[in-house]
Each structure stands twice: as structure tokens, then as C-alpha cells.
Design a protein around this ligand. Structure first.
Ligand SMILES: [Zn+2]
Length: 238
């Protein structure tokens, strides 16, 4: 199944929090997006594995993504093993994305930086012809995305570029709040966490407003890149 973009997150909800506006904007333009969750988020303080799957499905529907898969590599403890890289390579070769989004390269939660590293290495290795993988018994062809973009999460990182998501913010918040056990929900049970209060939504909007201000729009999402990115024309710059 070929898609235009793949967004990978260590936990279900990482992509919604940090790149959903940009992805929904692309979907509105007719592009296709698949999401890969590396873990089930089973160590989260609130909710269960089952509720997390239901919430992820609800968020996917709001965002309009084409497909979503969970690799269940183990919340908190997945490593940069060959086995884990192969699992991601199989997905990259299956979806054949032009662009891959990955976690923040360094963040408060150690899974984020490690998840970014794992995904980035897999994207490179996926292009090597001598690494053999198969899907449903058929050999897969090598595939390397054009570029890997890191989204920005809890800790502030200086973005290399930002995307105007002003029009997508209401739907983005809807996708985030689909995680009813994780984020602000007066009816939720369980302990309060650093992300379960109403103030967390204010924090997120403040972050998007800060990135937006840097380009003269209300809200934006920021991204980091390891390589230089090209633009087609100077007129594309806002
Ligand atoms: Zn996370």
C-alpha cells in the first residue's frame, strides 16, 4: 500500500500532539498518510491498552489517515536492535512513503529520542538492496524516503522550518482529546498526570502560537531536519 507520508511515534498520541496539523493539511490537499505506533503506550499512568487502541482509532478517523499499525515493541524498553529495525524496514517498504515523520530527537521521555533514532536508521537501511525482507511471502523492494522530519514534542527545540496550521487547530485539538484517558477530560478516572490537566492544552497552544508568531500566522508546527532541505521557489517562503 503506497502512501505519501508515514508518521512514526513511540506512543499512540505522539503524532497527534506534534504533527497532526501538518498531516491533516496534507490530507486536505489529497495526500495519503499512514501512522506507525512503535508501542502500545502500555506504561501510561491512565487508561489501558484497550482504551489506547480505541482512542488511537478515533483520532485516526478525525485526522483522516489511510492506515495505522502498532508494532508493539515494548513501551519504555524497546532498543535499537536489528530485530526492531527490520520491523520498521518492512513497514517503510510496504508503505513506500516520500517523507517520514519521526519523534523529537531529544525529549523529556527517553522513548522519544530513542524512537527517532530507531526510525531514522531504519529509513536509511530500508534503501539497502542486500537487506532482504518480505511481506505475506513476497520479497519486498528496497525503499528510502526522500527525507526524514523530526517533530517537536515536550522540550523546546529550535525548528529548522515551521508549517502554518492555523486552519487545522480546531480539528487537531479534537484529535488530541480523542485520547480521553490521557488528556483533559473532567470525567476521566485515575491519577492526575503532567498531561491530563486543562493547562496542558494551553501549553500546547502556546507552543504552536510561538512557532506561528515566527512566521506571522496564528499557529504553526515546527520540525527539525538532519540534511539541508531545498525549496522550489523563493516565492514559496512565508
Ligand atoms: Zn510519547
Amino acid at each position: 500500500m503506497k502512501v505519501d507520508f508515514v508518521a512514526i511515534g513511540a506512543h499512540p498520541d505522539d503524532v497527534e500532539l506534534s504533527a497532526a496539523g501538518t498531516l491533516m493539511k496534507e490530507i486536505e490537499q489529497g495526500k495519503t498518510v499512514a501512522l506507525i505506533d512503535l508501542t502500545e503506550g502500555e506504561l501510561g499512568s491512565r487508561g489501558t491498552i484497550e482504551t489506547r487502541y480505541e482512542e488511537a482509532a478515533a483520532a485516526s478517523k478525525i485526522m483522516g489517515v489511510t492506515d495505522r499499525v502498532n508494532l508493539n515493541l515494548g513501551d519504555g524498553f524497546f532498543d535499537l536492535s536489528q530485530e526492531n529495525k527490520i520491523k520498521i524496514i518492512e513497514q517503510i517498504r510496504y508503505y513506500q512513503p516520500e517523507v517520514v515523520f519521526v519523534n523529537a530527537k531529544s525529549d523529556r521521555h527517553p522513548d522519544h529520542g530513542r524512537g527517532a533514532q530507531l526510525a531514522k536508521e531504519a529509513c536509511f537501511l530500508s534503501g539497502l538492496v542486500k537487506i532482504e525482507t518480505s511481506y505475506e511471502g513476497a520479497p519486498q523492494k528496497p525503499w528510502r524516503p526522500k527525507i526524514v522530519l523530526g517533530y517537536i514534542q515536550d522540550r523546546y527545540l529550535e525548528p529548522n522550518f515551521v508549517v502554518d496550521i492555523t486552519a487545522q487547530v480546531p480539528k487537531k485539538i479534537e484529535a488530541i482529546l480523542a485520547y480521553k484517558t490521557q488528556f483533559y477530560n473532567p470525567d476521566a478516572e485515575g491519577p492526575q498526570t503532567p498531561i491530563s490537566g486543562e493547562d496542558f492544552i494551553d501549553f500546547l497552544k502556546g507552543r504552536w502560537a510561538g512557532f506561528g508568531r515566527s512566521i506571522g500566522v496564528d499557529y504553526a508546527e515546527g520540525f527539525t531536519v538532519d540534511r539541508t532541505i531545498g525549496i522550489k521557489t523563493i516565492s514559496d517562503i512565508i
